[in-house]
Design a protein around this ligand. Structure first.
Ligand code: PRP
Ligand code: URA
Length: 209
């Protein structure tokens, strides 16, 4: 079973409150989503493997550490995942970025894939799939299905707000994928929105309310 890690650092909790508030407008919402993504990237990268490297400081030769792991690909689920990319790239600037376009049909709540563009050599890479919301879990599961079909084997899912229902669906479908979230919220409402949640993340990020 993939682990669920709730990253509830005080700075993250404070910033989440700002984006949950319905009075927060698009510009500020976008800024704070990126700030939270940056803080999440710090935690998500905590277990990245290191290797020894010999360097010369101005004084001596010394064995130090550098990142040794697979090359990272940040994979936003469009649209709302785009809001987390710049914040993640601030900490992992050499990462590549792949895109998966997925929207939830408002009637059926089923995910519909409409775009996918990934870097090559997916089996060699560590993928950080990012989306602010894990609600029913349908979009995350479908996105990860599509990535595994293209050879990805090492995947983490990073979100801002998760519903318990979505966590279970994702863990059942992809037990090898660890989930990182800034908050585990209470539940879904009957339209599949997360409560208390923050509303429609894509609409709030892009001003399409
Ligand atoms: C939102 C969100 C997730 C999905 C979560 O996207 O960004 O991708 O819903 O819901 P689920 O877990 O029930 O699948 P949406 O479909 O609203 O598309 P958008 O990002 O283009 O607004
Ligand atoms: N998608 C969103 O953007 N918000 C929710 O609460 C659920 C799905």
């Amino acid at each position: 079973m993939g682990k669920l890690q709730v990253i509830d650092h005080p700075l993250i909790q404070h910033k989440l409150t700002i984006i949950r508030d319905k009075r927060t407008g698009t510009k500020y919402f976008r800024e704070v989503v990126n700030e939270i993504a940056r803080l999440l990237a710090y935690e998500v990268s905590r277990e990245m493997p290191l290797e020894d490297v010999e360097i010369e400081t101005p004084l001596v030769t010394s064995t130090q550490k550098r990142l040794a792991g697979k090359k990272v690909v940040i994979v936003p689920i469009l649209r709302a995942g785009l809001g987390m990319v710049d914040g993640m790239l601030d900490l992992i600037p050499a990462a590549k970025v792949g895109h998966v376009g997925m929207y939830r049909d408002h009637e059926t709540m089923e995910p519909v894939e409409y775009f996918i563009k990934m870097p090559s050599d997916l089996p060699e890479r560590e993928l950080l799939v990012v989306d602010p919301m894990l609600a029913t879990g349908g979009s995350a599961v479908a996105a990860i299905d599509a990535l595994k079909k293209r050879g990805a084997t090492n995947i983490k899912f990073v979100c801002l707000v998760a519903a318990p229902e979505g966590v279970k669906v994702l863990q059942d479908a992809h037990p090898d994928v660890d989930i990182y979230t800034a908050s585990l919220d209470e539940k879904l409402n009957d339209k599949g929105y997360i409560l208390p949640g923050l509303g429609d993340a894509g609409d709030r990020l892009f001003g399409t309310l």
